[in-house]
Design a protein around this ligand. Structure first.
Ligand code: MN
Length: 728
C-alpha cells in the first residue's frame, strides 16, 4: 500500500464521479428506461455497501474495481444495462455475505446466472493450478460459462482491469495472473474478436512475463520520438486535405505499433526492429457510406492516396473482396512517406471498423440490441453452442477438457466455392454435408454426396480451402442417426437432429399405445409419476425419445417391468443365451445382444451385405438389396440397424437358387455334379419341373460362404441350355 493515503471524503467524491461517468456512458450507448436506471443504482448501492471496509492491494476502496469493470463493459465492449448491473455485482457472491438467491430475488435470473458464471471461472483456474481431475465439475463450470456470452465478456473486462492494476501485486501473484491471462483470456478475447482488449492484454502480459525485452523495445520506440510529428506534417495532414477536398466524411486515426506487436513481428519474421515496415500506421474510417457503395468508396480513397504517395506493390491487401475468416474487412497498403519511412494505411468504413475492433462480439451485440430482427447465424451463439455440444458429449479428463476448449478458440476456417463461384466459409474439418446444410436445409436433407472439383465423393468427405463443391441430391434420401457422424458444424447437426426428431415423433402414437398395453398387463398405473420414473430409468430426456424406443422395441415389455420391479419373462433373452456363442452378426452397439434371425425372404449368407430390421424385439437380417427390406427401410427408417457378419465364423445357412433351362436329358445329373464339386455346399433339396420343354428348378442348399455360392451360380449358368440362374 505504498504511497496510498486514505482520505474518505475524497474517495466518496471519486466514487460518485465514477458512478456518474458510468451512467452517462450507458446513456450514450442507448437511452435508459426508468427501470434500468433504478436497477443500476440498486446494484451500485448494494455492491458499495457489501464491499464497504474492503480495500484492494493498491489501497483504494474495493468498489472502484467493480465500477471500473462496469465502465470497461460499457465503453470498451459496448454492453448494455444488464451487463452493467452484473458487472457491479460480479464479486459480491464470492467476497461478501450476499448470496446468489438474494441477487436472483432483487435483480432476476439472468443477472444471478451471469454473476454465478463469472464466479465459477475463477474456480476453473483454481482447479487448473491444483491439477484436480474432477472432470465432472470442470465440465459443469465450462458449461455454465458458455451458457451466456455475457459471462465471458464480463470475465474479460474483469481480467483487463486486474491486469491494468497488476502493479501493486506480489511478484509471484503477478506471474500467475499473467500466465492465466495468456493461457485462457487472450485466446477468449481473440475468439470473440475483441481485438483491442486482446492487444492490451498481450501488451500487459509481456510487460510482466518478459520485462527485459519489453523495456528494450519500449526504448527503441521511444528513440523514434519526433517521427510522429514529422509524419503528421508531411503525410497525415496532406491526406486529410485530400479527403476534405473530395468531400469525404471520415475519421482518421494514427498509431505506433505496440511493444508486443513489434516483438511478435521481430520473432516471427526473424527481423530487426528497424526492419518493421508498419511501425507507423494510419487508418481512414469512412462514415455515412451506404452498404452497397462501401467497396467502391474504399478503392477511390486508395487511388486518391496512392496517386500522391507511392505504394509498395507487395504490401497491397484487399480484405474487402475476400474478407478474412474472422470477418475482417479492410483495404491495406504501405506507402512511402516524404521522410523516407514506410507507413501502413488501412482504409475501411465504420461498419468494417466495428467488426475489425470487436469481431464476433459486434455481431453478438448488434443482435442483443435488435432482438426483433431475428438474425440468423450469430457467430458467438454458434460457437458457444458448439462448445456446449462437445462438452456434453465428451468423456474426457479435466485437463483434456480445458485443452479442447482452448483449441476451439483457435479454430481455423476454410473457404469453399459453389458451382457459381459464391464463397462459403466453414470451420476447418467441415464435410460435404456441412457444406450442403450451409447452403440450404433442404439441400442438406437430401444430400448423398458431392462433386468436389469434378470428383464424386461421399457426404462425410472433408473439404479443403479452394474446393469447388457441387452438392448431389436425391429426393428419397433423408437424414438418419448416422449422418450426425458425417458432419462437423453445429448448424448441420442441429438441422439433422430436428429432422430425426420430427420423424421420431411419428412413432409417438404407436409408443403410447404399446406402453398403455404394457402398463395394463403389468398392472402399473399409467400416470405422470410412473411415466417420469420410466424416463429416469431409461435415462431419456424427452417423451418423444421414450415413446420412440417403446414403439420400435428398443425398450421391451420386459424392461418396462424391470423399471417397476415387476417380474416379466423375457423369452428373447432365453433364446439369446442359448445361442450366444454362435451369434453370427455384429450389430450397432445399442442393439448388441439382441436375438437375430436371417430373413426367410432373401436368406442372406456369410459374405452378403446385410442390414437388420427391428421387429418385435428381434432383429431380422436381410440382404441389403432385398425388396422386402427396402420397403421396410423406406417406411420405417428408424427400424434399421446396421449389421455385419461376424468375421471368421463358419456358419451354414440355408439358401435357395432358382434355375430356368431348356429341358433335356441329363440336366439334373449335371446340376448335382456341379453342386457336389463345391465342397462348401451341402444340398438339402432339389425340385425340377418341366413343362413344354422348359425346366424350372429350385435348389435348396446349406452354404458356408458366398464365394462358393457365386461360384456355383456361375457354373450352373455355363451348363448347356441353362437360361437363367438367380438366388431367391
Ligand atoms: Mn473482479
Amino acid at each position: 500500500m505504498t504511497g496510498y493515503v486514505i482520505d474518505e471524503a475524497r474517495e466518496a467524491r471519486e466514487m460518485q464521479a465514477c458512478y456518474d461517468e458510468l451512467v452517462a456512458a450507458c446513456r450514450a450507448l442507448k437511452p435508459l428506461t426508468p427501470d434500468e436506471e433504478a436497477s443500476i443504482l440498486r446494484a451500485y448501492t448494494m455492491a458499495r455497501e457489501a464491499h464497504a471496509g474492503t480495500r484492494r492491494k493498491s489501497g483504494e476502496p474495493y468498489i472502484f474495481h467493480p465500477l471500473a469493470v462496469a465502465l470497461i463493459a460499457v465503453k470498451e465492449v459496448g454492453l448494455g444495462p444488464t451487463a452493467v448491473v452484473a458487472a457491479l455485482l460480479h464479486d459480491v457472491v464470492e467476497d461478501t455475505d450476499i448470496t446468489l438467491d438474494e441477487l436472483r430475488m432483487v435483480f432476476g435470473d439472468r443477472v444471478a446466472e451471469i454473476v454465478d458464471g463469472v464466479t465459477k471461472i475463477d474456480d476453473v483456474m483454481l482447479m487448473q493450478q491444483t491439477e484436480s481431475k474432477q472432470a465432472e465439475n470442470y465440465r459443469k463450470i465450462l458449461l455454465s460459462m458458455c451458457n451466456d456470452a455475457y459471462v465471458i465478456f464480463l470475465k474479460l473486462c474483469d481480467r483487463l482491469h486486474n491486469m491494468r492494476t497488476l502493479g501493486s501485486m506480489k511478484d509471484t501473484k503477478k506471474l500467475i495472473i499473467a500466465s492465466e491471462t495468456s493461457y485462457l483470456y487472450i485466446p477468449l478475447a481473440h475468439r470473440l474478436g475483441l481485438y483491442s482488449i486482446k492487444t492490451e492484454l498481450e501488451e500487459l502480459v509481456m510487460r510482466y512475463t518478459n520485462p527485459e525485452k519489453y523495456a528494450e523495445i519500449e526504448a527503441r520506440i521511444a528513440a523514434t520520438a519526433g517521427t510522429e510529428e514529422r509524419l503528421e506534417e508531411c503525410l497525415y495532414q496532406p491526406v486529410r486535405r485530400m479527403l476534405d477536398a473530395a468531400g469525404y466524411h471520415y475519421t482518421l486515426k494514427t498509431r505506433i505499433k505496440s511493444v508486443y506487436s513489434c516483438y511478435k513481428k521481430m520473432e516471427n519474421k526473424g527481423i530487426d526492429f528497424d526492419e518493421i515496415y508498419d511501425l507507423y500506421a494510419m487508418r481512414i474510417i469512412l462514415t455515412d457510406v451506404p452498404r452497397e457503395r462501401e467497396k467502391e468508396e474504399c478503392f477511390k480513397v486508395y487511388s486518391l492516396i496512392t496517386g500522391q504517395f507511392p505504394p509498395n506493390p507487395k504490401r497491397f491487401r484487399d480484405w474487402i473482396t475476400q474478407p478474412k475468416n474472422n470477418g475482417y474487412e479492410s483495404l491495406q497498403t504501405t506507402v512511402m512517406s516524404p521522410i523516407g519511412r514506410w507507413v501502413e494505411i488501412q482504409i475501411r468504413t465504420e461498419r468494417m471498423d466495428t467488426i475489425a475492433e470487436k469481431g464476433m462480439a459486434a455481431h453478438f451485440l448488434y443482435k442483443e440490441a435488435h432482438p426483433e430482427e431475428q438474425l440468423e447465424n450469430n457467430p458467438v451463439e454458434e460457437w458457444l453452442q458448439q462448445i456446449r455440444t462437445s462438452l456434453e458429449q465428451s468423456d474426457k479428463s479435466a485437463l483434456d477438457l480445458v485443452e479442447e476448449f482452448k483449441e476451439s478458440l483457435y479454430t481455423k476456417e476454410i473457404y469453399l466455392f459453389t458451382p457459381h463461384g459464391k464463397t462459403i466459409t466453414l470451420p476447418s474439418h467441415s464435410t460435404v454435408l456441412d457444406f450442403a446444410y450451409a447452403i440450404h436445409t433442404d439441400l442438406g436433407h437430401h444430400c448423398i454426396g458431392a462433386k468436389v472439383n469434378a470428383r464424386v465423393v461421399g457426404r462425410s468427405e472433408r473439404l479443403h480451402t479452394g474446393d469447388q463443391v457441387q452438392v448431389l441430391t436425391t429426393e428419397n434420401t433423408q437424414p438418419t442417426e448416422e449422418w450426425l457422424g458425417e458432419c462437423q458444424t453445429p448448424h448441420a447437426r442441429e438441422a439433422i437432429k430436428l429432422a430425426l426428431r420430427a420423424r421420431r415423433k411419428e412413432f409417438t402414437a404407436e409408443g403410447k399405445h404399446r406402453l398403455a398395453e404394457y402398463m395394463k398387463s403389468l398392472k402399473v398405473r399409467n400416470n405422470p409419476q410412473n411415466f417420469g420414473q420410466l424416463k429416469r430409468f431409461f435415462n431419456q430426456k424427452s417423451d418423444v425419445d421414450l415413446y420412440y424406443d417403446i414403439a420400435v422395441g428398443t425398450i421391451s415389455e420386459h424392461q418396462v417391468a424391470e423399471c417397476f420391479g415387476k417380474a416379466h419373462p423375457a423369452p428373447q433373452l432365453f433364446f439369446l443365451d442359448k445361442y450366444k456363442d454362435i451369434h453370427p452378426f455384429l450389430l450397432d452397439r445399442e442393439y448388441e445382444g439382441y436375438p437375430t434371425e436371417t430373413a426367410p425372404c432373401c436368406k442372406p449368407v456369410q459374405g452378403d451385405q446385410v442390414v437388420g430390421i427391428v421387429r418385435d424385439g428381434k432383429i431380422m437380417v436381410h440382404r441389403t438389396n432385398c425388396r422386402e427390406a427396402m420397403k421396410e427401410m423406406a417406411n420405417h427408417e428408424n427400424h434399421t440397424v446396421r449389421a455385419k457378419w461376424r468375421p471368421g465364423e463358419q456358419l451354414s445357412l440355408l439358401s435357395g437358387i432358382a434355375l430356368t433351362a431348356i429341358d433335356r436329358k441329363g440336366l439334373l445329373q449335371e446340376i448335382t455334379l456341379h453342386i457336389s464339386e463345391e465342397l462348401d455346399l451341402n444340398m438339402r433339396a432339389i425340385t425340377l419341373e418341366a413343362s413344354e420343354g422348359v425346366a424350372r428348378g429350385i435348389i435348396m442348399l446349406y452354404v458356408n460362404n458366398i464365394d462358393s455360392l457365386n461360384g456355383l451360380i456361375g457354373k450352373l449358368k455355363s451348363i448347356d441350355g441353362v437360361e437363367d440362374v438367380h438366388r431367391i
